[in-house]
Ligand binder design. Structure first.
Ligand SMILES: C[S@@+](CC[C@H](N)C(=O)[O-])C[C@H]1O[C@@H](n2cnc3c(N)ncnc32)[C@H](O)[C@@H]1O
Length: 431
């Protein structure tokens, strides 16, 4: 199998079957033999999903009749053919020839002629076709209409910057394991290895790579010297301010990025990492093993503590709640396609329930950190304001910081601000 065939198969699963890119990409890439083929397939999968609304509008404009559902792979070839000629530096003739060849690899030689005709028709009249589809905001901005509406309502002055940031490639950010060495020492190791990098602002252990790279190329990755984690996510451990001897609950812990950072930052603590998804909890285990860190892992529902709580209160609780992930679209462009408008109210309801039932598990004087990678007020400040109004033994501990924006309650980072992912944090203190 070659890169375009692999990418078409992956994209057909995401677009046709609603599968998440993160869940299906790795095993397909593993079937490609060369590094270059894997990198190309990955770039095409992410790129097509990033620009899907615009590419889909072009495909619709260029096809005389829609393809059948069972030919989602052929439609994916058309999308990735257009992606190559619009957004990549692949020469036009190579993009057309290789994409036509991929139709044969998919076992659909009849589609070769169609792919050839659609791509050549586009190339003959590209400026005019792009101008035509870009009349529509959904295509031009490559976001679904309902999401644009939510962004405009929530961020009337910033929504365009949000959309632009969502369509950009994110930086690769590392977290240096403080148990092994300081950030400056690791930066010198990277320099010796010929990997250009600089310190990430606002976080103590963050390093921004000039170019993304395979983790296998990172010095000491297998030995646990370093992990991949955006700067915005690295703020959680800083804000939680865990002290020696404390009992900490990470209520939605998988894959374990923040739990590991908390453990790296403070020795001699007792951390419980809870998650309802057994497969994702295995990833916490794998990550902690690589980093040589220990925690108590529990598979359980954060909204039903009676089933797993041992009755001893926690000094710190982190609720990194399941959310719309609207702050991390640049990293997970399939969110634009897989998320549905109804999801937002359902997620807000679940987050509210989790807050309510986890609060009694916190010791008086303890701190509760609520976090989401959402930029929607329904999941963030509205949630926390409602909670603070109802909960008489809770007060907000204002976050005094130079990153993000203060909101009615908590602090919001918008995507791309300070180079970070979109994230929301609120610190709640128990009286
Ligand atoms: C935003 S992710 C957490 C990321 C994690 N804190 C990290 O830094 O790596 C949200 C997690 O919540 C988990 N989750 C969803 N519903 C849950 C529930 N009812 N109880 C516990 N965990 C849940 C999901 O499986 C997912 O792993």
């Amino acid at each position: 199998m070659k890169s375009r065939t692999a990418a078409a198969k992956v994209l057909a699963q995401v677009l046709g079957k609603g599968r998440s890119l993160g869940g299906i990409l790795a095993p397909v890439l593993a079937q490609l033999r060369k590094d270059g083929e894997r990198a190309l397939a990955q770039e095409m999968c992410y790129g097509v999903l990033r620009w899907y609304p615009r590419l889909a509008a072009l495909v619709e404009r260029l096809l005389s009749k829609p393809l059948k559902e069972r030919d989602a792979d052929v439609r994916s070839l058309l999308l990735l053919g257009l992606y190559q000629v619009i957004y990549m530096r692949v020469p036009d003739h190579a993009a057309v020839t290789e994409t036509v060849a991929a139709a044969r690899d998919l076992g659909k030689p009849w589609a070769g002629g169609l792919v050839n005709a659609v791509l050549r028709n586009y190339l003959r009249d590209s400026a005019h076709l792009l101008e035509e589809v870009d009349q529509n905001e959904v295509a031009a901005l490559a976001h679904p209409a309902w999401l644009l509406e939510l962004f405009k309502n929530a961020w009337p002055h910033a929504w365009q910057a949000i959309v632009t940031a969502n369509n950009q490639r994110p930086p690769m950010v590392l977290r240096v394991n403080a148990r092994h060495r300081a950030r400056d020492a690791y930066l010198r190791i990277l320099e010796d290895a010929g990997i250009a990098a600089c310190p990430a602002p606002h976080v103590s252990h963050g390093v921004i790579l000039e170019q993304p790279t395979d983790v296998e190329r990172l010095p000491g990755f297998d030995e646990g010297w370093v992990s991949v984690q955006d700067s915005a996510a690295q703020l959680a451990a800083q804000l939680l301010d865990v002290q020696p001897g404390q009992r900490v609950l990470d209520a939605c812990a998988a894959p374990g990025g923040k739990a590991a950072h908390i453990l790296e930052s403070q020795a001699g603590i007792e951390l419980t990492a809870l998650d309802s998804d057994a497969a994702r909890l295995k990833r916490v285990d794998g990550n902690l093993r690589r980093l040589q860190l220990q925690a108590r892992l529990i598979e359980g529902d954060a909204a039903q503590p009676a089933a797993w709580w041992d009755g001893v209160m926690y000094d710190r609780i982190l609720l990194d709640a399941p959310c719309s992930a609207t702050g991390v679209i640049r990293r997970h462009p399939d969110i634009k396609i897989l998320r549905r408008p109804d999801d937002i109210a359902a997620l807000a309801e679940l987050q509210g329930r989790m807050l309510q039932v986890l609060w009694p598990l916190l010791k008086p004087g303890g701190m509760f950190l609520y976090a989401t990678c959402s930029i929607l007020p329904q999941e963030n400040e509205q949630q926390i304001t409602r909670f603070l109004t109802a909960q008489t033994d809770a007060c907000e501990k204002a976050i005094d910081a130079s990153w993000g924006n203060p909101r009615g309650a908590g602090r919001q980072i918008l995507p791309g601000e300070n180079g970070m992912d979109g994230f929301y944090y609120a610190c709640l203190q128990k009286l």
